[in-house]
Design a protein around this ligand. Sequence first.
Ligand code: 0RA
Length: 655
Amino acid sequence: MATAKANKSSSAGSASYGAKDIQVLEGLDPVRKRPGMYIGSTGLAGLHHLIWEVVDNAVDEAMAGFCTKVVITLQADGSCSVTDNGRGIPVDPYPSGPHKGKSALEVVLTVLHAGGKFGGDGYKVSGGLHGVGVSVVNALSKKLVAEVDRDGVRYRQEFVDGGTPKTKITKVGASPSKTATGTTITFVPDPTIFAAEGTEFVARTVTERLQTIAFLNRDLEVVFVDERADKKQKTTYQYKGGIIDFVKHLNASREALFNKVANYEASEADQTLDIALQWNTGYYEGIYGYANGISTVEGGMHVEGFKTALTSVLNKYARASGGLKEKDENLLGEDIREGLTAIVAVKLREPQFEGQTKAKLGNVSIRSFVQKETNAKLEEWLQENPTEANRIVKKAVSAAQARLAAKNARNAVRRKTALAGAGMPDKLKDCSSTDASETELFIVEGDSAGGTAVDARDPRTQAILPIRGKILNVERARMDKMLKNTEIQTLITAIGGGIGNDEFNSEKARYHKVVILADADVDGSHIRTLLLTFFYRQMKPMVEAGYIYIAQPPLFSTEIGKSKIYLKDEAAKEKFLRENPNHKKDFQRLKGLGEMDWQELRSTTMHADSRTLLQITVDEAALAEDIMSVLMGDDVESRKQFIQTNARDVRNLDF
Ligand code: 0RA
């Protein structure tokens, strides 16, 4: 492994980019010693980071104007290949210096931070946390093969055991055509590094990210291929409208307030912005910020600048157009943002990522840039589109009225809780422990199943809240209406962390597991999705903290002699049949929780030693919103499929 010291070679004025331009820092040992520093974690997120790292390099090539297509393949043998048609990693040997005689390719892959984007003028922008370099991928791989097409030649070099060259760079033949250029990196993640959660890539995690990348890089063709047994698929993402298509996609499952999508771009010195927005008739705002293609879920300066300008521009327009009268108070930002879907994508040199999850953009200069451009360009758009502009104003005015009504409703709820003391709802059968880290709230469909669950529970750590029928669909109700709904009030009081974006505090949550327990039928599925929507919209930190679970009552029962056996799912049933080939093969499909007595409910569904819980997780923020509308749609099949493919099976983590 290379261990050269810093050796910055000059790149100023170079006409073409070659070995001399690559800035050298150090070898790969630090990466294997502290992988978390480079890829965030050694869990599933870190594992996928390896893919993002290679793909980001290809995207950099696209941003520089040299690459139009990236293909990501999860191979049948567990490796991942990323192929791009960019310039190809340079292969020429270093003429001097500590790497004299070595190819640039080998240095890029074996030396930490070796890469044009960290010093040269080959690239304008690159990621922060991301963009640590493909050498990091090599350092954390059991095996890596790099293939490069340049100058009509196909080059190949192989590395093993965390970045040790196994072969020299070798000409293995001609490239597919004289002019074809590009890079293919194929790597096998090192299982000793990713020991905790394994090295199996998750297709959905990959496709979500790839779709976002395609939206953010207009016209770039991003192809996902899964070659693994039983998982085969091929999906192409390519959007001629870029983030305009992204906004349309996000609003597709909702009712748009109007058809047009506002879009503006600007650039100055070292920074660029690309912003698209459209309102829907719903009540939630979705502003998604990106910095150099990286999702900034905690917001930051770019989003702040956008919001400030949006509030100011719309108030100005509302006054001028008569939508707001002289005596009226200004609209608040939140009124204006009701139903807004926006993408705020910026690119800048040296992005500063701050905040708890390093997902908040800290660069102050971007705020004034976004604010200034939004003030000018959005005002122009409103002037040019008065029909749309007046719709927005009208919606914001009615949001302001609803805000006042909600304030009154909220106070009424508070008074009520205060009057009842710190009292919990009558329906809640609470547990005796008050240590939230060990307590669980089961939300159970129906009073009778609720009663069974009360008998089945561990009263020390498990609380039961029966809910009757379907709760309010919060996707289609404003806050004031929501707060008047008794079922919702009960949930808020039981969980105890408040409600809504500004107020909810997961540290006050009285349970660190909230488990939805509903029947395995269509009604049960609807109730699950209504509750998931509620948590996602009104208690999002609970979802983000991984506190929300779905219980998995068994799907089948059968008999062996006189004893009844429960089987979790189709797979369990097949396993049972393999192990009991002489069985009479009659299985009952369990529909309701009511078909089990309390002992059965305890052992199959509730007891920590024998149950299966599915933990709800969210990856790509923008697309998660989209999933919420899938969940609330009428398409039961896609809903079922979503829950099956996305709820993470945490049986093994749950003791
Ligand atoms: C350094 C310099 C140049 C390109 C690359 C790295 C590069 C890296 C990767 C990783 C995956 N795909 C990639 N494509 C390119 C500039 C090359 C030139 O000027 O010819």
